[in-house]
Design a protein around this ligand. Structure first.
Ligand code: SF4
Length: 357
């Protein structure tokens, strides 16, 4: 990796060493006039992250100034995110940084990806057009991916290795990048630093509030795919199998997944197997349902699902609810209750064991 790569992937250890070697103090980064372009780009990084797409510039190795600006904008963007200290912003910022890297990484050579992955202590076996990953590395990288296709049981295991295409490997790296960008966020910032950054913070705060109101925040803490209602599970399975979904079912599935907290990118990954998949069109539709036009769409009720023939194999729980979201929230509630009960039993078991001693 060269200096241009450090600017494009500023969370790598090489990039950190590069920033350190420049000897620029925090005070200089935040207040020096010479650093203003880096600060403006740092703010732009955060604004773009809130908007949903962080754009990386085209860099050439001869353009030293542009490379330096891009490299230094990253620590400044982290300072801004830390000054605001908002969990929605942190999630969105980390995801945007990771997705922006993924978009470049998937176009890079296998050799580059192999070198890049070593910075995350991942050492795949490189083939002619794909990688073999030891299943322990695969689990580490894919554990946060919710789509069924990433579950280890759905992958072919050969001598303990999982075969992944170049694009899949880049997607898995996206998860490690997100984790690394998230590390130490928010950083500790004192009042003086917040004051110094104030000129950059006002616009970010306003835009953040506007986006939060548009997209809404999910009431669910995690996405638990095994608790989905039968209709949504079937729609996802069909999508994964490359079966084209009716428009009404595609809308219902997308609105459901967005409401329970999946991101636009997670859902885009689900659609890639669709036979009529058109990236631009699909992203436009998913973002539209997510609220980009100002209307936040809710998934349809069970009766609407039945009207359109989208209610599939209703089970016992379906008899007690009238909306797929109720199905999911009930299941999540039951699971939490059972976990709490189990934890309580463990504590009482331990107490009685302690008493016997
Ligand atoms: S009853 Fe409702 S939740 Fe159950 S499968 Fe039908 S539409 Fe889905």
């Amino acid at each position: 990796m060269d200096e241009k790569d450090f600017a494009l992937y500023p969370y790598t250890s090489g990039a950190s060493a590069q920033v350190k070697s420049l000897g620029i103090s925090l005070d200089r980064l935040v207040t020096s006039r010479a650093m203003e372009s880096a600060r403006i780009r740092g703010k732009e990084r955060v604004m773009q992250a809130i908007s949903g797409e962080l754009l990386k510039p085209a860099l050439s190795i001869s353009d030293e100034q542009k490379i330096l600006l891009e490299l230094l904008s990253y620590p400044f963007s982290r300072i801004l995110v830390s000054c605001i200290d908002d969990s929605f912003l942190i999630r969105r910022y980390c995801l945007a940084e990771a997705v922006a890297s993924y978009k470049i990484l998937k176009t890079m050579s296998l050799d580059f990806l192999e070198e890049f992955a070593s910075d995350f202590s991942v050492y795949p076996d490189k083939g002619d057009s794909s990688f073999k990953l030891h299943f322990t590395s695969y689990i580490r990288m894919a554990s946060s991916l919710k789509a069924i296709e990433w579950k280890l049981v759905n992958r072919k295991l050969q001598h303990g290795d999982v075969n992944v295409s170049k694009e899949e490997f880049a997607r898995l790296l996206q998860e490690l990048i997100k984790e690394r960008v998230e590390h130490n966020l928010p950083m500790p910032v004192n009042e003086e630093l917040v004051q110094a950054c104030e000129p950059y913070l006002l616009e970010i705060r306003e835009y953040l509030e506007e986006k939060k109101n548009t997209f809404g925040e999910s009431e669910f803490e995690t996405v638990e795919t095994d608790l989905f209602p039968p209709c949504i599970t079937q729609a996802i399975a069909n999508t994964q199998a490359g079966v084209n979904l009716a428009h009404s079912m595609r809308f219902a599935m997308t609105a459901f997944l967005l409401t329970i907290g999946m991101t636009v990118d997670d859902i885009m990954n689900l659609f890639t197997a669709s036979p009529d998949f058109d990236v631009e069109k699909a992203r436009y539709q998913v973002e539209h349902i997510a609220g980009s036009s100002g209307t936040h769409y809710k998934p349809p009720s069970c009766s609407t699902m039945q009207t359109y023939g989208n209610c599939y194999a209703p089970d016992e729980m379906c008899k007690k609810i009238s909306h797929p979201l109720n199905y999911y929230s009930r299941k999540v509630w039951f699971r939490k209750r059972d976990a709490q009960k189990a934890a309580g039993n463990n504590v009482s078991d331990k107490n009685s064991e302690d008493k016997k001693k």
